[in-house]
Ligand binder design. Structure first.
Ligand SMILES: C[S@@+](CC[C@H](N)C(=O)[O-])C[C@H]1O[C@@H](n2cnc3c(N)ncnc32)[C@H](O)[C@@H]1O
Length: 201
């Protein structure tokens, strides 16, 4: 039997990019209306979407009138985004070392990203730095204890992932002086599938 390769996000998503958009409605189901209700009005705001992937969220932000920068560590994921919208500015980079100046954004969003970060603290620190005072950060944390196998042209792979307890995520944000404005759990039956937090710098 062939061994399934475990890859880091950059290598993994470069391979997974081709088929990623087939999962759009499945991914949307982890957010229902909660994500967009928490994000609220973005018209005219400069928003950074971190771990933006193929632009599932960035493209919608641009449609809602925001000035969007999409950052991702996988160039192939961003290449998919580029053909969907010319309004979104794309940048290859690392969430843990954001290539932006202090207080550059009115909002930061990160969906399905922190599951790939071993310790989200470094990323949260960076988000705090690039946000203007009083602006928002919306982050999602999926309840995924075992990473899924992903089908690619080069066979099945697993992309490095980490489970984060929801209390830990909230605690980390509060330790950094973010104030949590809202925390919601999207559920399937009795089980939470996604923690969505909106906090303010
Ligand atoms: C599951 S996808 C989510 C994409 C998009 N946010 C969405 O909701 O559809 C995770 C994305 O995070 C990116 N990623 C993982 N680790 C990263 C890091 N350290 N810095 C920037 N992007 C990263 C991956 O390349 C991938 O595109």
């Amino acid at each position: 039997m062939k061994k399934i390769k475990i890859l880091d996000s950059q290598e993994g998503y470069n391979l997974a990019a081709k088929n990623y958009d087939k999962k759009k409605s499945y991914l949307d189901s982890f957010e229902k209306d909660v994500l967009w209700n928490l994000v609220g009005d973005v018209l005219g705001k400069k928003i950074l979407d971190v771990g933006a992937g193929t632009g599932r969220v960035s493209v919608e932000l641009a449609k809602r009138g925001s000035d969007v920068v999409a950052l991702d560590i996988s160039e192939e994921m961003l290449n998919k985004l580029k053909v969907k919208s010319r309004k979104v500015k794309v940048e290859v980079g690392d969430a843990e070392n954001l290539p932006f100046s202090d207080e550059a954004f009115d909002g930061v969003i990160a969906t399905f990203l922190i599951v790939h970060l071993k310790d989200p603290k470094r990323f949260f620190d960076e988000v705090y730095r690039v946000l203007k005072p009083g602006s928002f950060f919306v982050v999602t944390n999926i309840n995924q204890k075992r990473p899924p196998e992903v089908e690619t042209e080069k066979g099945k792979i697993i992309i490095d992932s980490y489970y984060h307890r929801p209390e830990k995520i909230r605690e980390l944000l509060e330790e950094l002086a973010f104030s949590v404005e809202e925390e919601q759990f999207v559920k399937e039956g009795e089980v939470w599938v996604n923690q969505i937090i909106k906090c303010i710098k």
